[in-house]
Design a protein around this ligand. Structure first.
Ligand SMILES: C[S@@+](CC[C@H](N)C(=O)[O-])C[C@H]1O[C@@H](n2cnc3c(N)ncnc32)[C@H](O)[C@@H]1O
Length: 274
């Protein structure tokens, strides 16, 4: 479906090829196999995003010790952290090591916003964001009921009532369309076994103009001592989210170990015109 005479433009940040005929051509920057994912990028009409060729979405490779042997856009997907790792998420030194307090500050939340914490785990961030949105709420989505149960217990103990848990599936966040202002992923997106389907699901759940805050350990930094498939480079994250139709707004590197990338769901013409 790529027209052979397409003009090639440069992506302003990573020199990615973009065709001018309503399709974005994204190719993986990692791995030795060229993966081409084509999406209808005309966000002004009808369905905002249709996958043209699904056959090249996922491929198989030999599983790394921390991977599942499934490759998406040149990246091997990591294993999911089981609920028995809950203690690590709640470790006392986490705020100091990751400056989690600064991350919540950097999100610039408005009091009435609806936040979706996807891959919320024990609710470490859900419970810290909730007081920032006293007139809004936090929707905490995880696929492990045990994680949701830990979060619910903590919320009750802390007297926090504006956090609700949702049991998602590996392909669907189970949130109604156009209801979310901000999506947060902390140390979770790299675990999604179906990243394309999850992003499609979030594209629906977000309000037009809604933003995504993606937090991943910096793969480019050898001093970040995290298993390799649990880290992600900025360029990889950019390729994956732009391929799904999100606009990149900025990257913040104020945290000691993680990138913070901000993306936005495009605002369609009819939304602007009312
Ligand atoms: C490493 S934990 C991070 C938890 C939390 N964000 C934090 O930083 O404390 C990743 C979580 O993502 C969840 N997860 C993995 N795949 C998911 C999916 N497709 N949808 C929702 N949650 C998912 C896992 O169950 C796990 O609880």
């Amino acid at each position: 479906m790529v027209s052979s005479g397409s003009r090639i433009e440069s992506h302003e940040r990573f020199d990615l090829p973009v065709s001018e005929d309503g399709f974005l051509a994204r190719q993986s920057s990692t791995g030795d196999r060229l993966t081409l994912v084509l999406v209808n990028a005309d966000l002004g009409n009808g369905d905002p995003l249709e996958l043209v060729d699904t056959s090249s979405l996922y491929s198989k490779t030999r599983p790394a010790y921390d991977g599942i042997g499934k490759v998406y856009m040149g990246r091997q997907i990591s294993q999911v952290m089981g609920h028995l790792g809950a203690g690590w998420l709640e470790r006392s030194k986490r705020e100091q090591e990751e400056r989690t307090d600064l991350l919540v500050e950097m999100m610039s939340l408005e009091p009435d916003e609806v936040i979706a914490d996807i891959g919320s785990g024990t609710g470490y961030f859900s419970l810290r964001m909730a007081p920032r949105v006293p007139d809004g709420r936090v929707v905490a989505v995880d696929i492990q009921p045990e994680m949701n149960a830990i979060l619910e217990k903590s919320a009750k103990e802390l007297g926090i009532s504006n956090v609700e848990t949702v049991l998602g599936t590996i392909t669907d966040v189970k949130i109604p369309p156009n209801t979310v202002d901000v999506v947060l992923f902390v140390d979770a997106y790299h675990e999604f076994s179906h990243p394309w389907e999850m992003k499609r699901s979030l594209m629906r759940a977000l309000k037009p103009g809604g933003r995504i805050v993606l937090v991943e350990y910096r793969a480019e930094d050898p001093d970040v001592l995290i298993k390799p498939h649990h880290k992600m480079s900025e360029s990889q994250a950019l390729i994956e989210f732009e391929a799904a139709g999100f606009d990149w707004i900025k990257t913040m590197d104020d945290l000691p170990q993680q990138h913070v990338l901000i993306f936005q769901k495009p605002v369609r013409n009819q939304d602007v015109d009312g």
